[in-house]
Design a protein around this ligand. Sequence first.
Ligand code: MG
Length: 344
Amino acid sequence: MRSFGVTVAMTIVIGFEGSANKIGVGIVKDGEVLSNPRRTYITPPGQGFLPRDTAKHHRQCVLDLTREALDQAGIRPEDIDCVAYTKGPGMGAPLVCVAIVARTLSQLWNRPLLGVNHCVGHIEMGRLITGATNPTVLYVSGGNTQVIAYSEQRYRIFGETIDIAVGNCLDRFARVLKISNDPSPGYNIEQMAKQGTVFVDLPYTVKGMDVSFSGILSHIEDVAEVMIATGKYTAEDLCYSLQETVFAMLVETTERAMAHCGSEEVLIVGGVGCNRRLQEMMGVMCEQRGAKVFATDERFCIDNGAMIAQAGWEMFRAGQVTALEDSWITQRYRTDEVKVTWRE
Ligand code: MG
């Protein structure tokens, strides 16, 4: 491996994230988050975000955001030791935009590149912020739904969605009801769900350790408008019922993974992970098992640059760097493909 003359004892990593509709640049110095600015591409109610438009948004923001991250951290480019970026999984065009910026800065600044698995970024950020040592991880977002536990240098997937992610189910439900995407559809569903009083039975789809959300979504897409038109149910009732149903599925599979591993910690990461009702339901299950639930707030559980910097910092410490010719992106990149050489 090429030596960059960097002292590992005091390492400053800049991380670039842009795999979906957020673009984030974060700077981390040995476990301390120095800055973590982020912008979100917000679409009108009823609309999702398309790769091409999202990449355009990221291209327009990324340089200003990089300047902002440096200024907030109070450091100069020459203080940076490594440049980390999200290699995947995610949407192709937005990933490419971020990879090009990271690759360019790595060459301009003559610093090593670190291609980070986005899911591993979430896990390492969660571990850093909460102090959970060896948790069973529930990773829930717009693009991912996985129950993960660490074993023998891999983050192993115990259960996952067999179709769409839980966050995608919530986002698309929000589009049916024309719920605002600002600040996020999930946040607005969470607020509306608090006003819900009538529970509507929805399909509950757990298959072994795996979950499925596409059938629940198409069911609720079919019935939502008709149900609200009867006057017997409100949009708030549907938000409440959908949350209770899909979160119960996630808590059930997480509990089974914990029982298998003998785990006493759960860490919830990913954008859906800042939902307080999900955290509360997970807390009830954990309390009954004598376990503890760890979660972070929206600064760290929603996609951000610092999580990529933090996972990059772990990789670099363990001697993993990404050669320029390997600095491509990939839309499919499973959590368990990464050799976690930084953990015992
Ligand atoms: Mg994510």
